[in-house]
Ligand binder design. Structure first.
Ligand code: ATP
Ligand code: MG
Length: 249
């Protein structure tokens, strides 16, 4: 619990910080995760701390892509687990894409803690404890994945990912959906679909979009995915940020 008053103008942002700090205290989020969150917050401020139209479009296309996947997977790191555990479990259930814990700063202890944390939020089986494959081109700790999970997936949803690993997944021929508030990051530039939004908004939005897309036919979902233009989405994100920077209201 926190003593942040609900009428505080920065309530949501402060609650998000609190969740990350408590993730560190519980041993599920790395200390580096605090810094990553800080970088994200700075971009969120410039975006206006809301889901802008280009972000909705990317979330809709991403939802269609996961539903169209032959083998979709949701990669979970310590920040995502601390911020939106229940929503990740829900997204996994409604899309049929399993959860795999995949950490940049991997320790066995942290992987197991995250799996337990997700299970406390309703998850069944979670992959990641016994990696038996590796992503080519990465140093060993950072390359560890499960053969039945990320390694053989055609679509990988990585709520928060490092640019290096995003690139390595793309090189393997996978379609990568990344959530990253920084449209200039290597991750955002490389991913098949880059969602420039806060994960605390993006994943709940997708949880609402998936059932609607499931009600449509496959052709419709395919159209949504094919009509999405990632470069234009990133350009729109940059326009919004620069618009906020030059206009004081
Ligand atoms: P890259 O390796 O892709 O060039 P980076 O090194 O700047 O990016 P990292 O430190 O690897 O980034 O990871 C942090 C990234 O995650 C930042 O780009 C930040 O904007 C983003 N981020 C952090 N918290 C959130 C969040 N809650 N929602 C969305 N994005 C976030
Ligand atoms: Mg990085």
């Amino acid at each position: 619990m926190t003593d942040i008053p609900p009428d505080h103008p920065r309530y949501l942002s402060l609650m998000t910080r609190h969740r990350i700090v408590s993730g560190v205290e519980k041993g599920i989020t790395s200390q580096e995760g605090l810094i990553a969150q800080g970088r994200g917050e700075a971009f969120d401020y410039l975006i206006g701390e809301e889901t802008l139209p280009f972000a909705y479009a990317s979330e809709y296309a991403a939802s269609a892509m996961i539903l169209l996947a032959k083998r979709g997977i949701i990669s979970v790191n310590g920040n995502a687990a601390a911020l939106i555990p229940a929503e990740l479990v829900q997204l996994s259930e409604i899309t049929g894409a399993p959860l795999e814990v995949n950490l940049f700063y991997r320790t066995e202890e942290r992987v197991l803690k995250i799996i337990k944390h997700l299970q406390a939020h309703g998850a069944g089986q979670v992959l990641g404890a016994q990696p038996d494959a590796s992503i080519p081109g990465l140093q060993s700790q950072r390359s560890k994945v499960c053969r039945d999970g990320i390694y053989s997936a055609d679509v990988v949803f990585v709520p928060l990912e490092d640019g290096d690993r995003c690139e390595a997944l793309m090189r393997m021929g996978k379609q990568v959906i990344a959530v990253d508030l920084n449209p200039l990051s290597r991750t955002a530039k490389q991913a098949t679909i880059s969602i420039v939004d806060n994960v605390v908004r993006a994943v709940p939005n997708m949880v609402k979009m998936v059932p609607k897309l499931k009600g449509k036919d496959k052709g419709y979902r395919h159209g949504v995915m094919m009509n999405f233009d990632n470069k234009k989405g990133l350009a729109d994100a940059m326009d919004s940020i620069s618009g906020h920077l030059i206009k004081i209201d």
